[in-house]
Design a protein around this ligand. Structure first.
Ligand SMILES: Nc1ncnc2c1ncn2[C@@H]1O[C@H](COP(=O)(O)OP(=O)(O)O)[C@@H](O)[C@H]1O
Ligand SMILES: [Mg+2]
Length: 356
């Protein structure tokens, strides 16, 4: 981290082009609030829904309208507006164009330090099909699933419906490969509902997943670190609805959270181990929240997904789980910033070694 004399300028990238724009505003406001003002200066950089970037006064007050489009492209670096210049960038952006490796690619091109996962892990974490194949390759337990493309579905819907009926039991979950926040996801309780669920998922993506539904408790675990990641105590969420859908996540807020999850110690240890393995499976860095299922009856654990930019609001699981594990929010964001600098430095050292 740059010398103690000067405050570290943290460019908070927030807003963004995805459906999770509003959640990003809340996450960024919470991160800004917890950055120690004696050590850090927050530079709030607002990304409008149309993709333009501009300076905001505070993440709590995004500009209603951006005056003049800005460029943050690396080849225009000399002309990078001073208003967007920071020592390190912290993308607090959820979903496509933020969590999926695109912004990370831009920051790599610009050769600036940033918080969190790199391009590969971000992209892999955003695509549920790729993510699951990496989990499987590392021997992690995942639920039975198939991946379908829109073109196949349009060509032979009958054959696909037959294939689903032979491969799965009810209920099924059908999800677009590339979204988050439960958008486009359906739970199918009756075979006649399958076609409708597929169409609903294909409305959002050309690639979708059909998954075996499991009757299970939902666990979440926060991971932090670069080459030696640590896992928090697991938490449990008890959705108010049939599954943890968009409204449950963001609108009615009646999901119940248990921190830490009431689990026998060996299961807690296994959740933490699997979460670190999931983090390594996608070659993640900085932070991630890993979501798991604990199947009723069998007590079998399945890794459901990894979120490389988890929610960061004051009531979000990622920071709350760390708090429950003894790491307060302010210390957590400081550690994330340290890890961002560490990763950038380590990479630069290798690049320098390669050049003649
Ligand atoms: N295979 C499954 N079995 C049971 N419930 C599931 C399954 N897949 C998803 N769900 C439910 O749907 C929610 C959202 O699915 P998830 O895969 O986590 O997508 P998202 O990325 O949108 O959060 C989960 O939190 C869980 O409640
Ligand atoms: Mg989820």
């Amino acid at each position: 981290m740059p010398g103690q004399r000067r405050k570290t300028v943290v460019g908070l990238l927030f807003g963004g082009r995805s459906a999770e724009h509003e959640i990003s505003l809340k996450s960024a406001a919470a991160v800004a609030e917890h950055l120690d003002p004696r050590r850090f200066k927050v530079l709030p950089i607002f990304i409008a829904k149309d993709g333009r970037w501009g300076r905001a006064d505070s993440p709590a007050a995004p500009p209603s309208r951006l005056k003049g489009a800005r460029s943050f492209l690396p080849w225009a670096n000399k002309s990078l507006p001073a208003a967007l210049k920071a020592d390190i960038y912290f993308p607090v952006l959820h979903g496509p164009y933020g969590e999926d490796g695109t912004v990370q690619g831009l920051l790599e091109m610009a050769d600036v330090p940033y918080v969190g996962a790199g391009v590969l892990a971000s992209a892999a974490g955003m695509d549920k099909a790729v993510m699951k194949s990496l989990f499987a390759a590392r021997g992690l337990p995942i639920v039975n699933h198939i991946v379908l493309m829109d073109a196949e579905w349009r060509e032979s819907p009958g054959a696909i419906l037959d294939r689903i009926r032979t491969a799965f039991r009810l209920p099924l979950f059908v999800k677009p490969a590339n979204l988050g926040s439960s958008v486009g996801i359906s739970r199918v309780n009756d075979w006649v509902g399958t076609a409708k669920a597929l169409a609903a998922a294909f409305a959002y993506d050309r690639k979708i997943l059909v998954e075996q539904g499991v009757l299970a408790r939902e666990l979440e675990c926060s991971v932090l670190g670069n080459d030696e990641p640590r896992a928090s105590l697991p938490g449990e969420l008890i959705p108010h609805r049939e599954f943890y859908d968009y409204d449950d996540k963001y609108n009615d807020g009646r999901t119940e959270f248990k921190l830490p999850a009431p689990l026998p110690p060996p299961l807690t240890a296994e959740v933490r181990r699997l979460s670190i393995e999931a983090f390594r499976a996608v070659d993640c860095a900085g932070m991630a929240r890993v979501d798991l299922f604990l199947e009723d009856g069998s007590n079998r654990l399945y890794v459901n997904e990894i979120n490389t930019i988890p929610g960061f609001t004051a009531i979000s699981m990622y920071p709350r789980l760390w708090e429950a594990t003894g790491l307060p929010f302010a210390a957590l964001v400081e550690e994330l910033i340290r890890l961002g600098f560490e990763r950038h430095r380590a990479k630069k050292r290798r690049v320098d070694r390669r050049s003649p």
